[in-house]
Design a protein around this ligand. Sequence first.
Ligand SMILES: Nc1ncnc2c1ncn2[C@@H]1O[C@H](COP(=O)(O)OP(=O)(O)O)[C@@H](O)[C@H]1O
Ligand SMILES: Cc1ncc(COP(=O)(O)OP(=O)(O)O)c(N)n1
Length: 642
Amino acid sequence: MAQASQDSQASSSSSYSLSASAASSESCADRADSATAASFASAHLDEATRTVLRYQAHADATADAPTRARVLSIEGSDPIGGAGTMADMKAFTAHGVFGYAAMTCVCAQNTQGVTDIVNMEPAFLRAQLDSVADDGRIDSMKIGMLGTSQIVDCVRDWLQALLDDYARRGLPRPWVVIDPVMYAKSGDSLLTPDAEEELRTILPLADIITPNVPELAALVHADAAPTTWDGAVLMARRVAEELGVIVYAKAGMFALSGAENSDDSPAVAGPAPAGADAARTRGTGANPAPACDDALIIPAAVLDRLADAEKATGGIVVNSAPAPTRTDLASRPGTAADADTATRVITLPGRRVATVNVHGTGDSLSASLAALRPQYASWEETARAAKDWMTGAIAAADGLHVGHGHGPIDFMWMAPPTARTFTDDYWTQVRGVRERIREMPFIQRMLDGTLDLLDFSFYLHQDDLYLTDYSSLLALASVRADTLHDRTFFAHAAAGGVDAEVSFHGQWFVEHGFSPEPQTMSTVTAAYIGHEHRVADSGSYAQLAAVVMPCFWLYGAIGLDIMKQAADRRLDLDSHPYGAWIRQYSDTSFNTSVARELAVCNRLAREGSRANYDAMMDAALISSEHEYLFFNQGIDRPALVR
Ligand SMILES: Nc1ncnc2c1ncn2[C@@H]1O[C@H](COP(=O)(O)OP(=O)(O)O)[C@@H](O)[C@H]1O
Ligand SMILES: Cc1ncc(COP(=O)(O)OP(=O)(O)O)c(N)n1
């Protein structure tokens, strides 16, 4: 492979890549200068000064580093986009790294199974791999479906040459994650039987391998897959010790069957287990959380290598991210030591999601490990981060509606949804509230004219108090608005509508013999205002726009509904005791403001993060419950605030 483009990087002492910043044992050992500086530092300086020096050294060493880790996927394809190359690219992007891809085969597959596979000619695969290596630095890689023994040989030989070449040129060794793909979840075989032995020859080149339960069994030549998690961990230990690599043991098979694999993970809320008969449950309480814990198995040989690297650098590494030490690993919670072999077994806690949509989970996990390792200090931290991300992506999978079999996971679960708008989502979620408002006695009695005037005047006084405060929130939204359009919209809304409505209320009070003077605020009104102010005080402008939205939309929608019900009942509004109100509710000019407010919320939800979307939704949903209570107080008559 041609190396010209890499040599300039290699010759610079500041060519520390992102992967090097995570301090591989190999790269630490190669850095003699750093070791000298480190032993000086160890001998003469206090801990705080050594820490500051580490920051300085890291900044110098990474001055020319790329802004994103560059991660290679060596995989087969999946046209439905849930597994293989396509999944890897999505996982890479989700984790913020730049992805390269060399394809080992093209598969005709979907969520229901694999129907055909065309393997690459090994020479052509080698040409793809060289194309990447000749032109770009590789910080990390994930190797997945290899398919045949010829392809295994091709990738192994290329990888060995690449590692030798990087070592010779003093480049940091790329992190290598190998997913020893043998079977798809559909049961289809993804590796020819004769290639199983060949696959073992590439595994020692990995830093970490990620076999699922049946693949573990194949790697130890067991007749059958283990039926318990303890059995799977035992097999994983054998594999780790035999190959001298870290094994990430995955519990997905047990999750799919509804079985539980841990008793001691922290309980988390989750959907009821599918196949609950088979599931052991954890904890007390009515809805115990099902577990889906994975395990990281670090054999003694790897721990020794890490300890040697530490010695070579005098206990200091030149970057911000030292690799884990024996002491580190032994002292962490969830780490079990084995007296005989000193192998470490680290539990990676997770919750089981009750879903069939787990196509490509193994692929995405191994891609995540490759993408995250350059960004974390150790395999343990990387594995915990990857596991948490996977759980979130699986939990969001049901929303995708892709395919009829095992659907894919939602790689974009941290980003706001795009197929439905924020307001679509909100409207569906408040269906129950809308129905309760429509059916409530306050509205029904108003329509049939039996609503007590005292009840109505109580409601109207509370509405005045609420609207006075609400206008100040709209004014605040105008001040915090991020566009001129929003600024003028909220300014007009604060000044216009509220004022007109309060004077309309005043007229009604006078006409019906009630005092128009402000009354004491009810606890229900105070609670609604309190919620809006809490969001305004601690939330973003987007959350503020969302918290005031239900008062626009639910009120507007109730008006339309009252108008419809009045028409259906053919009410004579001229003689009806609440005729003026029903006419007022039927005034659709308010809907111009409703539509603008909804557009504001959709823009803010679209432009922000998933966390922003969720926070906006929470704010709006809570306001909606307050809207219901607010209408209902006309009849319920809550206590007044003293
Ligand atoms: N239903 C589930 N709930 C939570 N996590 C799951 C579920 N199914 C799989 N996982 C997780 O997905 C990752 C991949 O595991 P697995 O599905 O066993 O791999 P593979 O796809 O290779 O068979 C693991 O972290 C595993 O714990
Ligand atoms: C091209 C390709 N590579 C790997 C797999 C196996 O993916 P995995 O994550 O094990 O998930 P399932 O596909 O088995 O659900 C694959 N199917 N295709």
